[in-house]
Design a binder for this molecule. Sequence first.
Ligand code: M5T
Ligand code: MG
Length: 588
Amino acid sequence: MKKEKKGSGVKLTRYLKPYWIFCLLSPLLMAGEVLIDLFQPKLMSHIVDESISGKPFEEIMPTVILTGVLMLVLVAVGGLCGSLSAYTAGVASERFGDDLRRDGFNKVMSLSLQQTDKFTTGSLVTRLTNDIVALRDLVMTVLRMLIRAPMFLIGGLVMCLTLDVNFGYVLLASIPVQIVIVVIMIKYSHPIFSKVQKKLDNVNSVVQENVSGARVVKAYTNEEFEIERFDRANKDYRNTNLSVLRLFALVMPVLMIVMNLAVIAIILIGGYRAEAQALNVGDVMAATQYITRVLMAIMMVSNIFQQASRAQASASRVREILECEPVIKDGPVKDSDEKGTVRFENVSFAYPESSGVEVLSGISFEIKRGETVAVIGSTGCGKTSLVNLIPRFYDATIGNVYIDGVNVKDWDTEALRRRISFVLQKSELFSGTVKENIMIGSENATDEEVLRAAEIAQADSFVSQMPNKYYTYVAEKGASLSGGQKQRIAIARGILRRPEIIIFDDSTSALDLTTEAKVQKGLRENLEGTTVIMIAQRIASVMNADRIAVIENGALVAFDNHENLMKSCDTYKDIYASQMKGGSGINE
Ligand code: M5T
Ligand code: MG
């Protein structure tokens, strides 16, 4: 039964271990319920036989009442067992699902960017929700049915045969038919189930992409296309699901017919035997009940298999997440005496999915503590890729990156990233208040510190104008703010952390030159001792830096201050000239 959960790597059954007591209690209680249930037809037949025995009413009354009361008590006890069994199975399966979801989520959080990209967001969501629900349901079914089905099957068989061995013919004829039907059903439905989850991935992906990209879709009035795309994914999912349902719709009545035919056969044989005085009428009644239970048990088994094959697809999808080893592994180093230094040693880099096309090649440089270094270069030349290597979002393909004198591969990732603030090129805000957004990564900051960081980032000027100031709610992804406002909140977030190294990836691109100049002045005055790495497209944004790295086609072509670059670096001179000509408002 649990075969689908075995295999290499993570065993999902280990998630049941902490709840073993519930996993034990549930089937035991279920066994109690089934035993009582198996006993009921016997008692019933007793009452029937007494009633039609022709004995005087007064004589049969006490037996009938006594048996009736006994039946009632048993029903109550059986019911209690059943409820407790359902409850304990519920506890075990819910907690199993809960733990699995938590571990799955933690794993997703620990994965490297290249890994989450590969899974796709839609698929990760389906795996952590639907797939885990399918597994939880299987646990529930297994705990409740795994004992019920065989007990019904064997108990029913034994009871039936002890009533009259002639009923064996009926069993012999109906059970194999039932089994063959069930096996055929399992064989056909199994491959469909793994398809179902993949189709659901597609539906989720379309929803996810469209919700997060709603503005683009609307701007380009692309709704019709997207709705069609969704319809296709949706229909695909529906049709796959329907093909399973069709199969069941076809098979279930056949199983019912077999069962009813068996009941008729029992009545015929039983009637014949009763007439021959070999059997009581009550026993015939009981026999019909037992054969129903036997055949029901086979249907139950088919149900378990059906759920198991659905869950098998889910299990491997969930395991794929749990077994995924983060590509970026923690090193042992948690601290270093050196602070705020960056060193690249002959670094080349290719994105993992790009089959080796280098976006950075042979880069070496050193940044001292407290230096302000600007990075400039045409779009797509590799600036973001370069700074991505500093907090180890990716690893260099060749060469090494050292932060505070320690190779990033030897750093404990968390300790490394705590030393660095990274203001991303696309400012990411979360739903929550302005204050909460600034405080991401600095949970213990005081109100004054938040205010100070916002002032340096030139965010206070607009935040204090908002109706609820720092408690103003920011919509999902910062949709309620302007591009420049978002950038300034993101900058404030970076500053608040008081990092050793702060990276601004084109983070002032949406600010006008005056505001940008104010931000830069604020940084210079307040972040003394902090190493600043600032990517920018505008010469005006970079010329005041201590040194400027000029990148061209993934190579570092010059690394010096503005004056020297104006004398020696043609690329830099070209950028300068083009921006002067373009009238981008540069005033030295
Ligand atoms: C440099 C490629 C990109 C470009 C080159 C982020 C990313 C980039 N690339 C990938 O193949 N996969 C990725 O995930 O790498 O890109 P960059 O470093 O982002 O360039 P930039 O920051 O200098 O550009 P910009 O436009 O931000 O100024 O060929 O295709
Ligand atoms: Mg970039």
